[in-house]
Each structure stands twice: as structure tokens, then as C-alpha cells.
Write a protein that binds this ligand. Structure first.
Ligand code: SMG
Ligand code: MG
Length: 368
């Protein structure tokens, strides 16, 4: 393939309700989209970075900058471009994995549309639908939380994840268990909000039979997670700490986690995400697909990834209406707690032009 140009587009999608985590409250999703154009096809990429560097060091404006300044020119120079060539072409540049992932996703989409192959079959999907969980934000009160969880269970979600932070952890978990029973698949996500000295406090979650506790400590604190994992009976799952197959291998060897959340954006792309999947399968480590409030584009790719055989736990692959009243693509709808894996070539869907234009705040065409 040869790129004739790349479009960088920033969109702003309002959320159906505010989403509060241990690092802040979000009321809208700003996202950076890429459209790569080749003589034969177009490919779409979605960058999962947020507006501010709070979940990780990356943020939308920085991703746009590094893409336009370094990554797009480097990829444009590749002789025979395909998705496998993107990682090596960008390897000299440190970090910026979410930006790299978005570009690789767009090139992969263009390549697969040209070849007539879906993301799911290219990645190695084993099923045609995936079980879905939902991530529930921190609320102002327990009754408000119980109403939200009830709504999601009524909608059919098969697993509930509660966002937690110091001051909002044991009580909400206890309340949800008491109200909805022990059968509900329940897990928590701290987004690095705790410290090593909180180990005894976090052990108070042990009686509630959680599937896992996600990223309790700082992203760089693998050793702390290994020590914590020895104290807790709740399995430790890593999200922010896992940025590559190498860091996943290290975390597993160290005993820092027994479950891995795979987010393609965080690890530099869908190809590295698949390598982490393969590594975890080889080590008997269950994986599940994380979410970054993706539009239908990223959701389509995530659902394809979540269809791989090692994804044995429900992912944060919620329906589009969990976050958006109006998505930029045809919405993903929950059916019996599952989302259907797209089968058409590439991502299997494209943005609806009017819906996309309605939420676009900036467009930039980079001719090559
Ligand atoms: O897409 O449903 C989703 C988001 C799920 O909780 C979610 N993501 O740490 O796992 C995580 C968070 C990161 C984004 S929080 C603004
Ligand atoms: Mg997380």
C-alpha cells in the first residue's frame, strides 16, 4: 500500500451521564480520529487518549502533534506499507503508544478492506459474539449507585465493574453485593488511587468475592502489586502498568498480576495486543478487553479482539448507548448481554458522514 494522505479529525461527543473515576469526572469524550487514504481503500483509526494526561501521560493534542510531526511522515516513507510495517517504522520513537496504535489501526483497516478480510478473522477470533460488562463510575451516594447498577443489570450486562477510590470502596461493594447477591460477576477498578500502605484496607474487599481488583497502585509500581497480590485473596489485575508484551511478561514473572486488562491503545496497537493475548494464554493468565469510551470505530475493533480465545472474562465492551446518545457509526446494541462481532471487511463499519460532521471540532488533511 501507499498512503496518499491522512486526515486528522477531532470530535467532541457528549456523554449520556457524567463518568467519575478516581482521577476526575468526564462529561464529554473528546477523541482524535484518523482516516488514511490509499489508492484502493480508506482506513479509520481511533486514538484512545483523553483530553488531559490523567489516565496516562498521553492526551489528544499531544497525539495529534506527534502523529503529524513524526509518525505520519515516517509511515509515509515505508516502501511496502502494511499494518505489520507500522510498528517497526515507529519503533525509533519512544513512547506515545496511543498515537502509534491509532495509526496502526487505520493502516490495518485500509489493508484489510483492500484484502476483503475482517478485523476479527485477521486477529484470530474464535466466536461471533462477546459477553459484555459495564464500568460504573463513582457516584454521590449509595442509592444512586444501586439505581445505576440495577439499570445495567436490567439491560443485560453480564458483569459489573465499580470504579473505586479511597472513601468509596468497601461500602459500595458491600451495598451492591447485599442488594444484587453473590451471583453477580463483580470487580473493582482503582485507576492507581491506592498506596502500598493500603494493603490491609484493600484486604477488606476480600470477603465480597470479587473477580478482580484492577490497578490499585501506581502504574510503575510492579513490585508493590506483587507484594499486594500476596496479601489479598482478590486477584490483582493490571491495566495502566501493562504497556507492552514485555511489561506483561515481567508483571507475570514477578507475580504482580494474575489477570490482564488488554487495551490496544495502551500497548501500541492491535498487533501488540494480540501478542499479549498469546503470552497470557501461554501462562494461563485470563485476559479481558478494556475500554476507553470508544466510538463505534474503536468499539468494532475491540469487539473483534475480545473474540479471541484467551478473552475468558467479559470486557468493558459495552453497548454504544452506555456513553453516547448518538454515536458516529451505527450503534452497537446489547443482545442477551453480548455484542455481535462485525464480519464485513476491515472494521466492518464506517462513520455516518452527517453524524461525524455534527460532532467534528477540527479537521486537518495531510497530503503525502
Ligand atoms: O469504555 O467502558 C469503557 C471505559 C471503561 O472504566 C473504563 N475505562 O481504567 O479501565 C479504565 C477506564 C479508563 C477510562 S476512564 C475515563
Ligand atoms: Mg482500568
Amino acid at each position: 500500500m501507499k498512503l496518499t494522505g491522512v486526515e486528522l479529525r477531532t470530535i467532541q461527543l457528549p456523554l449520556v451521564s457524567p463518568f467519575r473515576t478516581s482521577f476526575g469526572t468526564q462529561t464529554a469524550r473528546e477523541a482524535l480520529l484518523l482516516r488514511v487514504v490509499t489508492p484502493d481503500a480508506e482506513g479509520w483509526g481511533e486514538c484512545v487518549a483523553m483530553s488531559d494526561p490523567l489516565y496516562s501521560s498521553e492526551y489528544v493534542a499531544a497525539c495529534a502533534d506527534v502523529l503529524r510531526r513524526f509518525f505520519i511522515p515516517a509511515v509515509a516513507q515505508v516502501e511496502r506499507l502494511d499494518a505489520n510495517a507500522v510498528g517497526p517504522a515507529l519503533a525509533p520513537f519512544k513512547g506515545h503508544r496511543m498515537a502509534k496504535a491509532a495509526l496502526e489501526m487505520a493502516v490495518l483497516d485500509a489493508e484489510l478492506r483492500t484484502r476483503g478480510v475482517s478485523f476479527a478473522s485477521a486477529l484470530g477470533a474464535a466466536v461471533d459474539r462477546v459477553p459484555c460488562g459495564v464500568s460504573v463510575g463513582i457516584m454521590d451516594s449509595i442509592p444512586e449507585l444501586l439505581d445505576a447498577v440495577e439499570g445495567y443489570l436490567d439491560a443485560g450486562y453480564l458483569r459489573i465493574k465499580l470504579k473505586v477510590e479511597p472513601g468509596w470502596d468497601v461500602e459500595p461493594v458491600r451495598a451492591v453485593r447485599e442488594r444484587f447477591g453473590d451471583e453477580v460477576l463483580l470487580q473493582v477498578d482503582a485507576n492507581t488511587a491506592y498506596r502500598r500502605s493500603d494493603a490491609r484496607h484493600l484486604a477488606r474487599l476480600d470477603p465480597y468475592n470479587l473477580l478482580l481488583i484492577e490497578q490499585p497502585l501506581d502504574e510503575e509500581d510492579l513490585l508493590g502489586h506483587a507484594q499486594l497480590a500476596k496479601v489479598l485473596t482478590t486477584p490483582v489485575c493490571l491495566d495502566e502498568s501493562i504497556v507492552s508484551a514485555r511489561s506483561a511478561a515481567d508483571a507475570i514473572a514477578l507475580g504482580a498480576c494474575s489477570i490482564v486488562n488488554i487495551k490496544p491503545g495502551r500497548v501500541g496497537g492491535y498487533l501488540e495486543a494480540r501478542r499479549i493475548h498469546d503470552l497470557c494464554v501461554a501462562h494461563d493468565i485470563p485476559v479481558w478487553c478494556g475500554g476507553m469510551l470508544e466510538t463505534g470505530l474503536g468499539r468494532a475493533a475491540n469487539v473483534a479482539l475480545a473474540a479471541l480465545p484467551g478473552f475468558t472474562l467479559p470486557g468493558d465492551t459495552s453497548a454504544s448507548d452506555r456513553y453516547y446518545a448518538m454515536d458516529i457509526t451505527e450503534p452497537f446494541r446489547l443482545s442477551d448481554g453480548h455484542l455481535t462481532v462485525p464480519t464485513d471487511p476491515g472494521l466492518g463499519l464506517t462513520p455516518i458522514p452527517d453524524a461525524l460532521d455534527a460532532v467534528t471540532t477540527n479537521t486537518e488533511w495531510i497530503p503525502l
